[in-house]
Design a protein around this ligand. Structure first.
Ligand code: GUN
Length: 284
């Protein structure tokens, strides 16, 4: 049977529409939610992401404070800007687009954001709270993946969940969210032996390794739910593919996210959710 295609674009539109009333109410009370977006350098992919985030905010009535800095910006100057944004009452969330140029230490820059404005959820205090089971903000991509899993109807308690990838942005927090939802979680990575066998056991698969179609369709368990975080450009074309070989995976899966139009739009929607949450909490 054909897999249910988990339409992240439609779900994201629904999530964004659901924010409208609260944004209007906050704005009417003089506390329009505001997001500062900081981009250092001119990485083309980052420029596309940042533009998408800013556009979605504006459409939702969230104020955007855009800061584009030169590639050779000094770390101290970047941290000074972050602290200024942290002190600005119009700014409820601060996003520093990653990756930063090699001379800048992301951990130092992120540590300068106060946890109350950490809408990306990358600050070590935010991470610690997530891992302790008392989350404040949840990182946007894993939060979006959890919404897509809810849409699939899969029951997570006791399910075998396999996360491929162990990044701080996706793999590690994703594993924590699945664990908090009572799944039995395995995290695979570049040193994993017999990746195919690990994937074949998964009732729920989250692919976040960043290698085009590295997860073969034939590895997918019949009836599994597949969440594909990958966004990879096919060389020399405009075509995007995920980390999962889509067509054969869709023949075996019960539900699967497309690329594009699956996880990507949900990441942006969850950033808006976090920004509105930050504004609500600062208005209290
Ligand atoms: N780079 C890749 N994903 C993200 C994200 O979610 N937030 C930020 N700030 N940078 C990223």
């Amino acid at each position: 049977m054909a897999a249910l295609v988990l339409d992240g674009k439609a779900l994201a539109a629904e999530v964004r529409a659901g924010l409208r009333d609260e944004v209007d109410a906050l704005a009417a009370a003089g506390a329009r939610p505001g997001l500062a977006v900081v981009l250092v350098g001119q990485d083309p992919a980052s420029q596309v992401y940042v533009r998408g985030k800013a556009r979605a905010c504006e459409e939702a009535g969230i104020a955007v404070f855009d800061h584009k800095l030169a590639k050779d910006t000094r770390e101290d100057d970047l941290i000074t800007l972050v602290r200024q944004l942290d002190d600005d009452p119009r700014v409820h969330g601060i996003l520093v687009q990653l990756p930063l140029p090699a001379h800048l230490r992301a951990d130092r820059v992120i540590a300068a954001i106060s946890p109350a404005k950490d809408v990306d959820a990358f600050h070590p205090e935010t991470t610690g709270r997530l891992f302790a089971g008392t989350p404040t903000f949840v990182p946007c991509t894993p939060a979006g993946c959890m919404r897509l899993l809810a849409l699939s109807g899969v029951s997570l308690p006791g399910a075998r969940a396999v996360v491929v990838g162990r990044s701080n942005i996706v793999g590690k927090p994703m594993a924590q969210l699945l664990l908090a939802a009572h799944a039995t979680v395995t995290v695979c990575h570049s040193q994993t032996r017999e990746l195919a066998a690990e994937v074949a056991r998964a009732d729920v698969l989250v692919a976040a390794l960043g290698r085009p179609e590295a997860i073969r369709g034939a590895w997918i368990k019949e009836g599994a739910v597949v969440i594909d975080v990958g966004i990879n450009r096919v060389e020399g074309t405009k075509k995007l593919v995920g980390d999962v070989e889509y067509a054969p995976a869709a023949e075996r899966a019960r539900a699967i996210t497309p690329v594009p139009g699956g996880v990507g739009p949900m990441t942006i929607a969850m950033l808006l959710v976090n920004t509105v949450q930050a504004a609500r909490q600062s208005a209290r």
